[in-house]
Design a protein. Sequence first.
Length: 277
Amino acid sequence: MNKILITGASGQLGKSLKNHLSPKFESYFFSRDELDINDLETLSERLQSINPDIIINCAAMTNVDNCEIDSEKAFDINAYAISHFKNDFNGTFIQLSTDFVFDGVNGPYQENDLPNPINNYGLSKLKGEEIVKNLFEKHCIIRTNTLFSNSSDASFLSWVVNSLNQNKKINVVNDQISNPVSVDDLSIAINEFIDHKRYGIFHLGSDTLCSRFEFAQMIARCYNLNENLIFPISSEKLYKTNPNYIAKRPLKSGLKTIHTFLPKISLTNSIMKSKKD
């Protein structure tokens, strides 16, 4: 039985993996409080005691604006900490990455398109990819975009649903395009990557390219909430009116999923399923 060690298990993807990772694996989940990947001594002890065959690294600094404010911390967590695994691990390393490694000029992107990050989050995640490729022969880098769930306050879906349930008006950018993916669909896909022993860089996106504003409208309709409370706003205007909105975002983004071993992801179905969970 393969042993899998999962870092960042208290995040929305980590929580989903607990429910969707195949029971045929012997899985060990660690939150940041339980395992800080920048704590070399504790990390080494965990790796030596468990001796995992596979690592799924969900540990990340994902707040794009905080990454812009504290680039050193962003690079420490999203990139340099990955090298700490190498001394005590030589198995399959699965790294979660992002469409933010691209500039958003000409999306949706294929796996062989040239990255060109425009903010510290994208730069740090791209550096993390490079470290993974250099250190681990058996690596699987999964780029995804606009992850969502109903299990985390950090999720865009949760913010929309909670705001509309409270009859709050919300402004949502109408010029940032992606094809969102639920964490449950990503968890299911991770099983496929492991089963098929796929190595390299892979893109995972849903079947629907949409703006954040359109995505919010889809969420409202699926949850039977008042979509008239959702108002479009341009990224440029949001930068000027919201002092916490600092980092540049890719505009025309999205990721093309081209591999037939991966199931096609219906965005509408994924939103509806999140409502039932």
